[in-house]
Write a protein that binds this ligand. Structure first.
Ligand code: HDD
Length: 694
């Protein structure tokens, strides 16, 4: 059985069919039954009554977290025979499994913005031949807390304030920071989200992280500990905060549109599945790292991950409700060969997801929905319940039985929880334990790994968040207790920006490294050194055109270069449709915004054949468009001989090291494409703090 045929079996095509009632009788419900053309509606109109009754109930509860999401189908291919590590059938020689991946944001509700600053979810269901394997991760490698018992408190604190009803979809408020003050273990995770990593351009350019340690078990019963990752083949790309705030208003579906359109265009995003391996010697330690603490990460430099396979997303869903909305993930869905460790965050996750799915589907039978059902057969004694639509044969629904019902697997067939899995119970006195650790150490490493521009963005993010916290003592406490324990300069800069008391110079920890002196560059994949030679596939460049700007000769010069890299060119005109140059504007300044595009070109005029041309007149909207792109650090190119004048007219430096390009159309396009594959943006244009003054 394959997933697609399973889904096809459940697919209904009502196109072109005559409307019927739910008892299958042909009907027209477009006009209700009335007592005369101006009379009352009749109670007898049961068809319209049922139409409304169904509509009144067509929403299911949104997920309590990660409500806002979307996704796509694809495949997972094992790179080889990993039977030395695990029995998991999806990691054996030649194994190819179908998958669905759902991307989400934690805080925002349905209808909110996908581009807000947040932790993004990356949940994959692998429909393998030996059962469903769910890999339920996030886009950053750490977490806010270490114990699932704190999860309801974290979510209550971060979602909107209950006595006010705002803010929806962000952590910049008092209850969130009051919680963070009580939970220093989340300092590193919060900093990653407040860096540019918290603002991914789209989901094609994020990684997935399992966060916890898991266990691989091979057929000999040997076990190893692992941490898993999805590494994006396209690399990482982020937005800048101001861009996000505009994007949220202009198109709060930007991320799902990007994924949907790229898959439809055949630009299939890929991720490599990689694991870090640790010996399972009973200590759950790797060198000085505690593998049971999910707020601590193991830098790739200390334990390089090995690549085991590849995920490709290549098919859009057919129905949003039945597929991305109805899919249920659970970290407890593992196949033989994958097991757990006694990490108290993971342990509570093992029960919470099935529980919430039962609530969301209003039934324990949600696992039988087409998108949730494994392609491996399910045979058990689960019976009845709301919306049970299978008709089970036979008398016995008990095991063991002698009446022809389900039989138990023997120990050889059922290895998941057997002693051979290495699943050992902990020992010690019963108690409620809290781990003790240097919670600020990894945040400091991360902070010192950022260059001055990335540090500035992160400082500004703290200033934004704390600047929106209404309670001054909560703000001061976060600065004194958390930020100053990470880095004194960071704490002073944030305090300076929000008008709080600056901790005394030198009152933080002593660390003589300065910005960019990364010990573990892997902690910040957006670091300049990691930004070179990226693929530009699926990016979109805008060109400013009108009835004289952007000649068809320029179009012909630029297009082949872009097409060769799967980059789209959107011609933006004062109106959509054909322009007098012969080009077709597919967007106007009314439908488009600079934040939708990765770089901007300014078309040259067909009469532009001298270097002494006066600046071509860009109208106020075109000027605002280009200036906004410039202010977001994007590459800007002016085509043709008068390009220099155009850019000077806009007040830009005509300096290629600032990502500003002029010259013949093909040369400018080449330079812009090169800029997009690294460094991507030119943060030198942004103001930075005068650190000596603070
Ligand atoms: Fe969770 C959803 C990821 C901790 C309880 N979580 C959810 C989703 C992702 C994650 C990606 C969306 C799944 C989807 O697309 O449907 N969650 C994580 C990660 C965590 C984490 C990586 C820490 C390492 N979560 C966590 C804890 C608990 C939960 C500690 C509870 C004890 N998470 C849930 C949930 C959700 C959920 C309430 C809401 C919807 C759902 O499960 O299906 O059960």
């Amino acid at each position: 059985m394959y997933l697609l045929s399973q889904l096809n079996g459940a697919t209904v095509d009502t196109g072109g069919q005559v409307e019927t009632t739910d008892n299958g009788v042909k009907v027209n419900t477009s006009n209700s039954l009335r007592a005369g053309p101006r009379g009352f509606n009749l109670l007898e109109d049961t068809s319209v009554r049922k139409k409304l009754l169904h509509f009144d109930r067509e929403r299911t509860p949104e997920r309590v977290v990660h409500a806002l999401g979307h996704g796509a189908y694809g495949k997972f291919e094992s790179y080889g025979d990993w039977s030395n590590l695990t029995m998991a059938c999806w990691l054996q020689e030649g194994a190819v499994s179908e998958v669905f991946t759902r991307f989400s944001v934690v805080v925002a509700s349905l209808g909110g913005s996908e581009s807000g600053r947040d932790t993004h979810g990356f949940a994959t269901k692998i429909y393998s031949q030996c059962g469903n394997q769910d890999l339920v991760g996030n886009h950053v490698p750490s977490f806010f807390i270490n114990d699932g018992s704190d999860f309801p408190d974290l979510v209550h604190a971060v979602k909107f304030e209950v006595d006010k009803g705002f803010p929806t979809g962000g952590s910049a408020h008092t209850t969130a920071y009051d919680f963070f003050n009580q939970h220093p273990e989340g300092a590193f995770q919060l900093m990653t989200v407040l860096s540019d990593l918290g603002l991914p351009r789209d989901v094609r350019h994020i990684s997935g992280n399992g966060v916890h340690t898991f266990r691989f078990i091979n057929a000999q019963g040997q076990s190893q500990l692992i941490k898993w990752y999805w590494i994006p083949v396209l690399g990482h790309r982020s937005l800048v905060y101001d861009e996000v705030t505009t994007l949220q208003g202009k198109n709060n579906n930007f991320q799902r549109v990007d994924l949907y359109n790229n898959i439809a265009a055949g630009n299939y995003p890929e991720w490599e599945f990689a694991v870090q391996l640790f010996p399972d010697d009973g200590t759950y330690m790797f060198e000085d790292f505690d593998l049971l603490i999910p707020t601590v990460v193991i830098p790739f430099e200390r334990n390089p991950p090995i690549k085991l396979g590849k995920l490709t997303l290549n098919r859009n869903f057919e129905n949003f409700f039945a597929e991305p909305e109805s899919i249920s993930f659970a970290p407890s869905n593992v196949v033989d060969g994958v097991g757990f460790v006694p990490d108290p965050l993971l342990q509570w996750r093992l029960m919470s997801y099935d529980d919430t799915a039962t609530h969301r589907h209003n039934s324990p039978n949600g696992y039988m929905l087409p998108v949730n059902r494994p392609v491996a057969p399910i045979n058990n004694n689960y019976r009845d319940g709301y919306m049970q639509f299978n008709i089970y044969r036979g008398a016995s629904i008990s095991t063991p039985n002698t009446l022809g019902g389900v039989i138990s697997a023997d120990q050889q067939q059922s290895l998941q929880y057997s002693p051979a899995s290495g699943q050992t119970a902990g020992t010690g006195n019963v108690g409620r334990y809290a781990p003790v650790y240097d919670w600020f150490g990894q945040a400091r490493l991360f902070w010192l790994g950022l260059d001055v521009y990335a540090q500035q963005h992160t400082v500004d993010a703290y200033r934004f968040e704390l600047g929106n916290v209404a309670n001054a003592s909560v703000v001061q406490s976060y600065i004194d207790q958390t930020l100053n324990s990470i880095d004194n300069c960071l704490a002073r800069r944030v305090a300076y920006g929000v008008g709080a008391t600056m901790p005394a110079v030198g009152s933080g920890p002593v660390d003589n490294r300065t910005s960019g002196e990364a010990e573990y560059p892997s902690l910040y994949p957006l670091a300049p050194g990691r930004q070179a030679n990226k693929s530009n596939a699926g990016l979109d460049i805008a060109v400013i055109a009108n009835d004289t700007l952007f000649s068809s000769a320029d179009f012909l010069a630029v297009m082949p270069l872009l097409e060769a890299q799967n980059v789209t060119l959107t011609i933006i005109g004062p109106r959509m449709g054909e322009l007098q140059t012969g080009n077709n504007a597919s967007a106007s300044f009314i439908t488009a915004s600079s934040v939708f595009y990765d770089a901007v070109l300014i078309g040259s005029s067909p009469t532009d054949n001298t270097t002494t041309n006066s600046p071509v007149g860009l109208d106020v909207k075109a000027t605002a468009f280009v200036k906004e792109a410039y202010s977001h650090g994007k590459a800007v190119g002016a085509l043709g001989n008068s390009g220099v004048n155009v850019l000077q007219g806009l007040g830009f430096p005509t300096n290629s090291s600032f990502g500003i390009y002029t010259g013949a159309a093909a040369d400018v396009a080449r330079s812009v494409l090169e800029a997009l594959s690294g460094p991507v943006r030119f943060p030198q244009r942004f103001p930075t703090d005068d650190v000596q003054m603070i």
